[in-house]
Design a protein around this ligand. Structure first.
Ligand code: PEP
Ligand code: MG
Length: 324
């Protein structure tokens, strides 16, 4: 089966009726990048840059970050790469930042909230990203965006840094800008956010925990962590629709994007890019090769209009796949 799958490595992803969703990889470390390339990733849909901060006992310098980002872009040889600004906080604490303990870290000082507070740290990262953008196809996205004002502030700071580099005669490329949709408030206002960005990427790992009010790391409530819950699926569909109605593509970079039961539904919803761990890419490409997009549109519509439980959704998916 491994050998069979490896024949999919250098192919584009094509459904049985000729649609081409993009299969990209999530990466953190340089090792993940190797795996992404070996498994035929068509791009990087999520580079978790916080790994640079966590693997160190002090803040990484602008030059350290620049060379890490440039390296990823060069190794991807012009394929699209989405780098997420640091998602620190929540369950990812930096000992050297000495931030106070919080009662609800997942609802607290984390990701873009920290970046907009510690703009000194944020600016260093943005400058490194801007300098790296001259070496490949770079998109930057902001994690945990909740309000339009946060997004506007983040974009302004990025633009400010870009102007400063240009004035200093430093080469910068064109950067596409996106947000992660992982907070329900952003999901609900997706049509408004769509006017401010080039793309959105749905972060289901967090979005599910916030929609279901169930800590993603707490085993005692893990029964509520349901990717196929119709409430989650309806919200995801509304985000994808809002993107398309406003002329931008919809991506996903949570674990759900590589889930073999979820993929037929998400494909039917018209998701443009699935970003997953490298080891899921080839089997997902094989799965999509057997799917007809019109059948999957019907499946997606059935799940959001008829299902009231996760079990029903899984049942619909099995039925649809058997019919293929
Ligand atoms: C997510 O929340 O779905 C996501 C991709 O980000 P992380 O898992 O790093 O929080
Ligand atoms: Mg997240």
């Amino acid at each position: 089966r491994k050998n069979q799958l490896s024949s999919f490595k250098n192919q584009t992803t094509t459904s049985s009726d000729g649609k081409h969703p993009i299969l990209a990889a999530n990466i953190g470390t340089p090792d993940d990048l190797t795996a992404a390339i070996e498994n035929g990733a068509e791009g990087i849909g999520l580079f978790r840059t916080e790994f640079l901060y966590m693997d160190s006992d002090q803040l990484p310098t602008e030059d350290e970050q620049f060379s890490a980002y440039k390296d990823v872009l060069q190794k991807m040889k012009g394929k699209p790469v989405i780098m997420r600004t640091a998602d620190i906080g929540g369950d990812k604490d930096l000992p050297y930042l000495d931030t106070p303990k919080e009662a609800n870290p997942f609802l607290g000082y984390r990701a873009i909230r920290m970046s907009l507070d510690r703009t000194d740290i944020f600016k260093v990262q943005l400058r490194a990203l801007l300098r790296a953008s001259a070496f490949g196809d770079l998109s930057v996205m902001f994690p945990m965006i909740t309000t339009i004002n946060e997004l506007k502030r983040a974009k302004n700071i990025l633009e400010q840094q870009r102007q400063q580099l240009i004035s200093a005669d430093v080469a910068v490329g064109h950067i596409k800008i996106g947000i992660m949709v992982e907070v329900p408030a952003a999901a609900i206002l997706a049509d408004q956010f769509a006017n401010e960005v080039d793309f959105m990427s749905i972060g289901t790992n967090d979005l599910i925990q916030y929609v279901m009010a169930a800590d993603r790391g707490n085993k005692r409530v893990s029964y509520l962590y349901q990717p196929y819950n119709p409430a989650v699926l309806r919200l995801i569909k509304s985000i994808i629709d809002a993107c398309h109605e406003n002329g931008i593509p919809a991506y996903m970079c949570g674990e759900m994007a590589g889930d073999q039961t979820a993929i037929p539904i998400l494909f039917g919803m018209g998701l443009n890019e699935f970003s997953m761990s490298a080891t899921s890419i080839l089997k997902s490409r094989a799965l999509i090769k057997g799917l007809d997009s019109r059948e999957m549109v019907t499946l997606a519509n059935r799940t959001v209009s008829l299902a009231s439980t996760s079990e029903q959704v899984v049942h619909y998916v099995h039925q649809a796949l058997e019919a293929e």
